[in-house]
Design a protein around this ligand. Structure first.
Ligand SMILES: C[S@@+](CC[C@H](N)C(=O)[O-])C[C@H]1O[C@@H](n2cnc3c(N)ncnc32)[C@H](O)[C@@H]1O
Length: 259
């Protein structure tokens, strides 16, 4: 099945970019695993579960272990993301989920709705496939997420490409804690919000540089210009670490459980 994933600009052609970004949170204190949070928010009794935008399958693995008698299906629009995921899996778009009305006990949409061109349509699809009383679990970023590293990367990008250049954080601002409840409340009677806040203390420039490399597909420039962006970011980080032991910023996760 052909799926249009133009919105993600090739970032999910393989698992490397996402894994690189997720590894930045290894430095978060307290150490919060979003997979644990999600597992605790789901009902105990599950038959059919769809993890939509499942990526490399970190939620799927846990749900399959916790609910051995359930069918937990991984769905992603990017074929390359499913390379390491065990079946059942499916390449499909959140805006057109190939399941009948009222057939699913739970849908997960973890840190993915900001990539979907028509968010309201995808939320409508989640509602359509769920059984009456079924659970939708959604996660996303807070509105002020990762302010300091995003500001640093934006300065580096704009120092090379100009002050009005589109920056990667803008890519995910269309679905965050400022607007998620409105989208979800339009389709679901009950929307509960859960937030986990933590501090990320990065001890050297490496993980921050890796993160910037992982969002290259969202920066509209050639390799030579991107090399200059990396040099600008590295110089600013070098100055930062000359004066500080760590680069610190707040990282929060927001979850919505909808019925
Ligand atoms: C930030 S990753 C999150 C992956 C996973 N849910 C996690 O939290 O580890 C976003 C995922 O959504 C997928 N995606 C983007 N647009 C999609 C769409 N319209 N339908 C289904 N999946 C989509 C991407 O390919 C990517 O794997």
């Amino acid at each position: 099945m052909a799926v249009n994933i133009e919105g993600t600009k090739g970032n999910y052609a393989h698992v490397g970019n996402l894994k690189s970004r997720v590894s930045l949170y290894d430095y978060r204190k307290p150490q919060i695993d979003p997979v644990d949070v999600a597992a605790d928010l789901l009902p105990a009794d599950l038959g059919l579960v769809l993890d939509v935008g499942c990526g490399y399958g970190r939620y799927l693995k846990r749900l399959r272990a916790d609910h051995p008698s359930a069918a937990v299906v991984g769905i992603d629009a990017a074929h390359g993301m499913l390379a390491e995921v065990d079946p059942p899996i499916m390449v499909a778009d959140a805006q057109a989920i190939p399941y009948p009305d009222g057939s699913v006990d739970a849908v997960l949409a973890m840190h993915m709705l900001y990539h979907v061109p028509d968010i309201a349509k995808a939320v409508g699809e989640f509602r359509r496939v769920l059984k009456p009383g079924g659970t939708l679990l959604v996660s996303t970023n807070t509105h002020d997420d990762m302010a300091e590293p995003y500001a640093l990367w934006a300065r580096a990008i704009r120092s090379v490409l100009g002050p009005d250049t589109f920056i990667p954080s803008a890519e995910v601002a269309n679905f965050d804690s400022a607007n998620a409840s409105a989208y979800l409340g339009a389709e679901f009677d009950s929307v509960e919000r859960f937030e986990e806040r933590g501090l990320v203390s990065v001890p050297d420039p490496g993980p921050l540089m890796d993160y910037l490399v992982s969002v290259k597909s969202y920066v509209d420039c050639d390799d030579e210009a991107f090399g200059r962006i990396l040099d600008a970011a590295a110089a600013e980080l070098q100055a930062h670490f000359a004066a500080h032991d760590v680069f610190e910023f707040e990282k929060a996760l927001v979850f919505y459980r909808c019925k």
